[in-house]
Write a protein that binds this ligand. Sequence first.
Ligand SMILES: Nc1ncnc2c1ncn2[C@@H]1O[C@H](COP(=O)(O)OP(=O)(O)OP(=O)(O)O)[C@@H](O)[C@H]1O
Ligand SMILES: [Mg+2]
Length: 137
Amino acid sequence: MKLITAIVRPERVPEVKAALFRAGVTGITLTRVSGHGGEHEIIQRYRASTVVVEFHEKVKIEAAVSEPFVELTIQAVLASARTGDVGDGKIFVQPLERVIRIRTGESDNAALTPVTADEVQQAMLRASGGAEPGGEP
Ligand SMILES: Nc1ncnc2c1ncn2[C@@H]1O[C@H](COP(=O)(O)OP(=O)(O)OP(=O)(O)O)[C@@H](O)[C@H]1O
Ligand SMILES: [Mg+2]
């Protein structure tokens, strides 16, 4: 399991959400954030120059996914968030130790399987040693 964190442009969020849902990634958290990605402006004033480190509005998208969905998730974000200009954002991938669904107490891959997961998704998760066949009632 991995926690995938993507920092993207706010105006790309509808496309990113759609791409993630198409990839079968349905559990996501969105947070508005303020970020700095290395760009700076140099303002000249009375022969002195000041470096201004600007923070820009971004959206942080977090998705905890089972292994079969890691590359799908990354590709979905790349395809939907990229404009080609500086500031398109970044994707961070971190190992995830435990996931627990509070309602049922299920753990790990079983807890990541959406209640509405279709048969293809269920099969991928079963192949990775994850969810129970048929999921939840
Ligand atoms: N190393 C980092 N650690 C944490 N957050 C980062 C890091 N780099 C970028 N971010 C976040 O991602 C946002 C967008 O970053 P940005 O796209 O400018 O990255 P970049 O590496 O400078 O790429 P580019 O060259 O395309 O601008 C930043 O505003 C910040 O919120
Ligand atoms: Mg940058």
